[in-house]
Each structure stands twice: as structure tokens, then as C-alpha cells.
Ligand binder design. Sequence first.
Ligand SMILES: [Zn+2]
Ligand SMILES: [Zn+2]
Length: 310
Amino acid sequence: MTRITVSFLGTTASIPTKYRNHAAIYLTYQSENEHCFLWDCGEGTQRQIFLAGLNFMRLDHIFITHWHADHFAGLFGLLETMSLEKRKKPLYLYGPEASKFFEVLAELGYSSKGFAVNPIDVPFDSKEKTILLEDEEYQIVSVPVNHGIPAVAYAFIEKDRVKIDKKKAASLGLPKKGPIYKKLKRNGEIIYKGKKILLKDVSFIERGKKVVYSGDTRPCASLVSIAKDADLLIHECTYFDNDFDERNHSSIEDIVKIAKETKAKQIVLTHISRRYQSIKELQKIVEKVAGDELKGKIKIAKDFMTLKIE
Ligand SMILES: [Zn+2]
Ligand SMILES: [Zn+2]
């Protein structure tokens, strides 16, 4: 069994409040090994990581959605602390125009780092998704979004897994477990006690899990396409009423449309404007706008909220 754990470290828009810090999401993927990622790194993220009981030294890949300060201002301090803690491993820093912005950060102040930071420029001007990181079990991909400046969304996509159907295996006389299963998965067939066993006859496909994070954006077709059937869509929802002039963000009415288009199993709203203080009031608005069709599907993020997808 594999598991994705999503920890919300900051859920405010632009200005922090007593209860909401600037944007950051810590995502952990557990299979045989554990892989940790950070999506955005607003001011104060390193302290939020401590308070959440997580470990920033386990982060090798940090993804910034865009270079508005509420999404990256925590990077400088986090990298300093990693250096003070004697990090040696290289760190990969992804974002649209990451090289340009990291160059500025690297020049700031009197400090020298004991580890390499490798900026990776994430494409932001095509409609296509880009695979940024891939191993046997998962991919992390980006798609451009619409925020008035170069900005992207990220998705963690677990690959589909071939699982052994124990009943079928037993009915063909195979043992409960053992190294033959590794061989069977690798070769697609084995000879067992003189009998040819095909993988397809004793297995099924378990669909991989998918978590998508919009970053800041107005409603956007590329985001909708990458978020189709997601297990979890984390979408910014800056506004819960129609009393706003600028259109580089999304509102609850936009989210309801996106929820219907993507059919995501669960949607968590983050990047909440500080004009809204009461989470109960917000939940009431969500229920009213979402209606029965989406009942219980849309939640509002809180700092230190943790979700597990298994
Ligand atoms: Zn923002
Ligand atoms: Zn922004």
C-alpha cells in the first residue's frame, strides 16, 4: 500500500493573519521509501515545518508556483537554515524563471552555502504539461496557469501499479508470497512447477493517486485538464463573494464549475483572503454555492491540516 500525506503549512492570500501563514504545502509519498516535497515556500515556512513536526532536511525538491512574495519569501531563510544544519546534498529548486530569481537570492547577504542549489526553469508559456521529476513510481508535472505573471500549477501523479490478485494466484497453485512475484511482474510470465503462468491472469491494475495544487490562478483550462479525476485538488479560492475588482484569482463560484468539470474526488480551498475570518461562515457559503451535487466534497484548508490519501 502507498500513501500520500498532504500537510498545509500556510493557507492565507497575500497578507498573513493570526491563524493563517503564507502559502506552503508539504507533501510526503510513502511506498517502499519515503519522498518529501515542498510546494511553495511563503514567509515563515521553516518555522511552520518545525511546528508541524516535519523535517526540512528531507526536502530535496522545492517547487515554487510563481514569484509573488507570499509564495517564495520563506526560501531565503529555509536555505540558510539548511546550510547551518550542515546540509551537503544538492537541492533542486523548480519554478517559472527559477534561475533568474535564484541568482538574486544567492547574491543576497554575506553567506556561503555548503550545498548546491540547482534551479530548474519550469515552462510557463505553452499549454502542455511538463514532466519535471519522474521515477518508477511517480511523476511530478507542471502546467501553466493564468495569474497575470509567469505562474504554474503542480501535480503529483502516482503511476498505476500492477497488483497480484491473491485468490487467482492461489487458484493456480502459486504460493502466498515469494520472489517469484517480482520475477512475474518483471517478465510478464514465469514457469512455475512446469506450468506457464501469465502475469495478466493473476493480476489487476490499481489506479495511481493524483494530487494537484493550482498555485494562484483565475479559472484555467490547463489546470482543469491536469486535475481530471484527481483524488485531491488543492485550489486557490481567494474570494467567497463577488465584491472584488481584480481577476487574477478564483472565487467560490469558479471553484464550483471547476469541481464539476474535473470531477475531482475532494477539493480543498486555500489562499483565503484575510477579509474572511470565520471558517464557519465560509463553510456555510461553500455549502450554499456548491449545492447537493457537491455536498461534502469541498473543504476549506486550515494551517496544519493534514490529509492522507491511501
Ligand atoms: Zn498568492
Ligand atoms: Zn500570486
